[in-house]
Design a protein around this ligand. Structure first.
Ligand SMILES: [Fe+2]
Length: 256
């Protein structure tokens, strides 16, 4: 009997992935879980405060045990859902990079692994949009998802990238991050960004290496593009950044 499809995954149904959208900020939140583990442990990547109830309902409906709410970086355009999730589900631990200087239950560094069941996310430092940006990449190995998936935050968007003109952004650093940490992944690796404004949902490393209009240029041309974007100051920045530095819990006591 003929076989159809191109998946070579040894365990195609082990990983659960849901891509969720928040329309005010055009943010993608990702729900990942290890369905082969008896507890079905799960991770949320980049939850948004406005859609926390939706996300928690889905976690419950799917019978998952949410263990981590992780952020790719300190967002400037929306308030993270991490703080609200922790209020409603105190057992959930928040995660962000150490370099971001934000507060969280766990701070991670380049090379760390975040396990959920027998699956894991590898932390890759991809600064440049902000100093603390990381990309979370699913594991490499026989029991890990194939193709691998890279949750790139704003470091690499589909046919685009995050701006580099605030939050200690640096266009040369972003160029080097993407080329050294993302474009070195296998070409079939799936790219799942934190935002999309054009209707794209997923890309691959190979597709971005060919068609990303900014990152296919050389470093000088990339720097010039990024310096001439003339973008507006983000509407939410003055609210979002302070809230996200304390995990979305705006009412946490702050030190004098
Ligand atoms: Fe961002």
């Amino acid at each position: 009997m003929a076989k159809y499809g191109t998946s070579a995954s040894p365990s195609p149904s082990r990983v659960l992935l849901r891509q969720l959208f928040e329309k005010e900020s055009s943010t993608y939140t990702y729900l990942l879980a290890d369905l082969a583990h008896p507890d079905k442990p799960a991770v949320l990547v980049d939850p948004v405060d406005r859609t926390v109830d939706r996300d928690i309902s889905l976690v419950k409906e799917l019978g998952l045990k949410l263990i981590y709410a992780v952020n790719t970086h300190v967002h400037a355009d929306h308030v993270t859902g991490t703080g609200l999730i922790k209020k409603k589900m105190p057992e959930v631990k928040s995660v962000i990079s150490k370099v971001s200087n934000a507060k969280a239950d766990h701070v991670v560094e380049h090379g760390d692994k975040i396990y959920f069941g027998d699956l894991f996310l590898e932390v890759r430092a991809t600064p440049g949009h902000t100093q603390g940006c990381v990309t979370y990449v699913t594991g490499n190995g026989p029991d890990q998802p194939y193709p691998r998936m890279a949750f790139t935050g704003d470091a690499l968007l589909i046919h685009g990238c995050g701006r580099t003109d605030f939050q200690a952004g640096n266009s040369r650093q972003l160029y080097q991050s993407v080329h050294s940490q993302i474009f070195t992944l296998p070409k079939e690796t799936l790219i799942y960004p934190a935002h999309d404004y054009k209707g794209f949902t997923v890309s691959t490393v190979g597709e971005e290496m060919l068609y990303n209009p900014r990152l296919t240029k050389d470093e000088e041309a990339f720097k010039s593009i990024m310096e001439n974007l003339k973008l507006d100051y983000p509407k939410m920045m003055d609210v979002a950044v302070p809230a996200n530095m304390v995990c979305g819990l705006q009412d946490l006591p702050t030190k004098a």
